[in-house]
Design a protein around this ligand. Structure first.
Ligand code: GDP
Ligand code: MG
Length: 163
């Protein structure tokens, strides 16, 4: 039992938007430019009386695709070591990418609980499109919209169940 939660996923899926909504303080830098959050940010949050620490991962380093991808992997490996539960965020607007598949492969090979959050589900059409994320092989997913907060309650209910 522990209460450290890491949010992982490739740049621009909405990790920092979600993080900022939960901690209700703007510590992480959110920008419309992909991957602008460079470091890890820590915050505290609570849901239904359960307090937890939240880690927003960034770590995007400009460079070749190889560097880019290994940086994401590094963040995921750190999260697996450090966290008690992992929120893996993907983006319904872009659909499944190769980088999402790589992260999913890393997460399937370890024992920490993983909650798959399909972000940017802003409307019912996008909710239909979200079913493709079953193909990541991580089971159930939580459709959310970090900008409006839609669906985040269900995700947090599930999160505190695994903490
Ligand atoms: P990060 O790189 O994963 O931390 O992503 P950010 O939180 O910086 O968000 C990247 C972009 O996605 C920003 O322009 C956000 O406003 C946008 N975004 C985040 N959540 C949502 C959402 O629920 N719906 C839509 N349409 N855009 C979102
Ligand atoms: Mg970010």
């Amino acid at each position: 039992m522990g209460n450290i939660v890491a949010i992982v996923g490739r740049p621009n899926v909405g990790k920092s938007t979600f993080f900022n909504r939960l901690i209700q303080r703007r510590e992480a830098i959110v920008d419309s430019v992909s991957g602008v959050t460079r470091d890890r940010h820590y915050g505290k949050s609570d849901w239904n009386g359960q307090v937890f620490s939240l880690i927003d991962t960034g770590g995007y380093v400009k460079g070749s695709d190889d560097v880019f991808e290994s940086e994401i992997d590094k963040q995921v490996i750190l999260a697996i070591e450090e966290a008690d539960a992992i929120i893996f965020m993907v983006d319904v607007e872009s659909g499944i990418t190769g980088m999402d598949e790589d992260v999913a492969n890393l997460l399937r090979r370890q024992d920490k609980p993983v909650l798959l959050a399909v972000n940017k589900v802003d409307n019912s059409k996008r909710l239909e499109n979200a079913v493709e994320f079953y193909n990541l092989g991580l089971g159930e997913f939580y459709p959310i919209a970090s900008t409006s907060g839609s669906g985040t309650g269900e995700l947090l209910d599930a999160l505190i169940e695994v903490l």
